[in-house]
Design a protein around this ligand. Structure first.
Ligand SMILES: Nc1ncnc2c1ncn2[C@@H]1O[C@H](COP(=O)(O)OP(=O)(O)OP(=O)(O)O)[C@@H](O)[C@H]1O
Ligand code: SF4
Ligand SMILES: [Mg+2]
Length: 378
């Protein structure tokens, strides 16, 4: 059965900050954000990033919007190359120019300053102090020629105006806090003298030194063994609880998502395809790609013994499809999917899904694993 309408009438669609009503083929956007006392620690709106390459322009991020509240963790998941890292690199001003560029979008810090509208010199003042990032490979952010303690102290001197003496004392406290043994003597060592797990913890100490409102962690534990991974995650949670820090956590590990996340954003081919509270996203997946991801990854409790890879490969981002990016791989694809890109539909409980199956006139899926709110046409 196929959903044949080219443009659905009367659909109610959502993005984090806009309600979009489809009426006679025209998309009308209205602000939906009810004024709240606490603004999001970080809110990314309609971010688009592209890269010039010899093969043409890669549209790596295509209109990504997500937000994370103070004290909450947003996990961003999706297959390799879907734009998870480029999104946060854009927010941190780390897109190499050329070949990359941010072509539109904003990244609001605590509901105020737009990080993407600042000059490089202005943005530098916010990095480390208000928003910090930890990477999979600590050596990409630690200076190999500088003592670990001085690297932590330096950001306190620069951003908090503390004296070197006080900053070095604070650096030792932070290393101790991140359970680096003999923190005082270790603070005088260089990165090459630290093990992988200790480097990761030192990097967290550098990142949280100025008590940023937002910590971005791009696969922070992928290279670590399970025991060290546990310690690093627990440490991040502890510091988050104390500082009410918002965390954007990029990971391939659904076990880590289940343990750490309050909210989840699922990315595919440079777009968010589903987002919502962690419990409902994985229990009541509303997007066929999320369902595919679940089946392709080990479950957090180890109960899933047979993993099913998602057939096919993501679309070419040189020429992204005009319709749904998942269309060529989706077992539920309809005619409308090929020619019209699905917006985010509100599916209730704070969950939204960019899938035409969630339209009120879509045929109901016979697959009970796919949570559907839409009604079948009469
Ligand atoms: N410097 C660059 N030049 C050209 N293309 C780039 C560049 N950096 C990233 N890209 C492209 O942007 C897209 C998104 O990359 P990104 O690193 O964000 O993926 P990812 O979701 O983080 O993947 P992974 O899980 O493997 O880390 C990819 O298609 C990638 O090839
Ligand atoms: S919009 Fe269509 S192709 Fe895309 S995920 Fe939904 S059913 Fe599949
Ligand atoms: Mg990445």
């Amino acid at each position: 059965m196929r959903l044949r309408r080219k443009t659905p009438p009367g659909g109610r669609l959502v993005s984090p900050s806009y309600v979009v009503t489809v009426s006679k083929g025209i998309f009308i956007a209205m602000s939906s954000s009810t004024p709240t006392s606490t603004p999001a620690a970080l809110e990314i709106r309609n971010l688009q990033v592209e890269f010039d390459t010899f093969g043409g322009v890669v549209k790596a991020v295509r209109g990504v919007s997500y937000a994370v509240a103070p004290g909450q963790t947003l996990a961003v998941v999706g297959e390799s190359g879907c734009g998870k890292s480029v999104t946060v690199q854009a927010v941190m001003g780390l897109i190499p120019r050329p070949p990359g560029r941010v072509t539109s979008g904003s990244a609001l810090l605590k509901g105020g300053v737009d990080l993407l509208a600042l000059t490089e010199a202005e943005a530098r003042q916010y990095r480390a102090r208000d928003i910090a990032m930890i990477f999979q490979d600590p050596m990409t952010s630690l200076n190999p020629t500088m003592r670990i303690g001085d690297q932590i102290a330096e950001s306190l001197v620069v951003h908090k105006g503390m004296s070197w003496e006080a900053s070095r004392a604070e650096a030792i406290r932070l290393l101790d806090r991140t359970r680096i043994p003999e923190a005082s003597s270790r603070s005088r060592q260089y990165p090459f003298e630290f093990s992988g797990g200790m480097l990761q913890r030192a990097m967290i100490a550098v990142a949280v030194a100025c008590r940023p409102a937002v910590l971005i962690a791009d696969e922070p534990t992928t290279a670590l063994d399970v025991t060290i991974q546990d310690q690093v995650l627990e440490l991040m949670r502890e510091i988050q609880r104390e500082e009410k820090m918002a965390i954007v956590l990029i990971t391939h590990d659904l076990g880590v998502v289940a343990r750490m996340a309050d909210e989840v954003a699922v990315m595919y081919a440079g777009q968010i395809v589903e987002q919502g509270p962690v419990g409902s996203i994985f229990k009541n997946s509303s997007h066929p790609y999320t369902l595919g991801l679940r089946q392709a990854m080990p479950s957090s409790d180890g109960s899933r013994t047979r993993l099913l890879p998602i057939e096919g490969s993501p679309p070419d981002l040189f020429r992204p499809p005009v319709g749904c990016g998942y269309c060529a791989r989706c077992p539920f694809a309809m005619q409308v999917c090929e020619f019209h890109s699905p917006p985010l539909f509100d599916v209730g409980s704070g969950q939204s899904s960019a899938c035409w199956l969630q339209h009120s006139e879509a045929p109901r899926s016979r697959d009970s694993r796919l949570h559907q709110k839409g009604k079948a046409p009469a």
